[in-house]
Design a protein. Sequence first.
Lengths: 48, 226
Amino acid sequence: MSTAEKYVTAAYCVVFGLVLLYVVIIALKMQRLERDVEALEEKRPSDG
Amino acid sequence: MARKHRIPLPALAVASLVLVTLALVLVFFVAPNDADQGFSQRIFYFHVSIAFTSYLCFGAGAWKALRHLWKRDPAADLESYVAVHQGVIFGSLVLLTGSIWAKISWGHWWLWSENQLVLFLVLFLFYAAYFMLRFSVDPGPQRANLSAVYALFGVVLVPVSFMAIRLAQHFIHPVVFTRHGAAFGGWILATYLVAQFAVILLAYTLYRVELAGKLLDLRIRALRLA
């Protein structure tokens, strides 16, 4: 692999690595929100 | 507060994945090597696409800020914040990919003498400071108004950043879009256009995902207080 190929690969890895990191952060936040909804559901008085 | 979006998120996510994959195939297997820069020019397809997308995000953030100040649109403040957030994420990618490209082409990670680079950094730092301002004020109308005014001021830097290279007397950063159109054609142009559309769609998908999360968070907070 030439130097240029290494740098180009690094650039694309940086782009998709950061996008992936962003998606992971959003997914973790969604998990937290899901737990919050569950907690609210447990607090809610039952209908029946 | 939630706006009705016509395109469902899963469809957007699938379309983004397909387009980004297609763009990568074109970048690495179809587009020819540049006569001047060789293989390293392949960074261009995503670097430039991401740069235009970050300008677009800052523009969208300013537009939503204007809607907040002008029409008092209740969703506009949050939408402006999310658009600016996307702009900063894509802005950081512009700086990172640009530095890597600069290292290959010019032998330096960064050149302070280049107006285009410095002005983009100023634009990026200006919008990075947006979050410091926003989170230093308690949630409410005051925070929304201050954030909106700041986002509107920042968008003035976008055309300055874009035009800097065209106005500079001395530059080594390449100009690929002139008054007479793109400085390339054929597969290079086709690949760039696909990559540009793919990155814009990816940014819009991430914007919608983040906005959906923020709106859900607000609804849960409201339910807790009820």
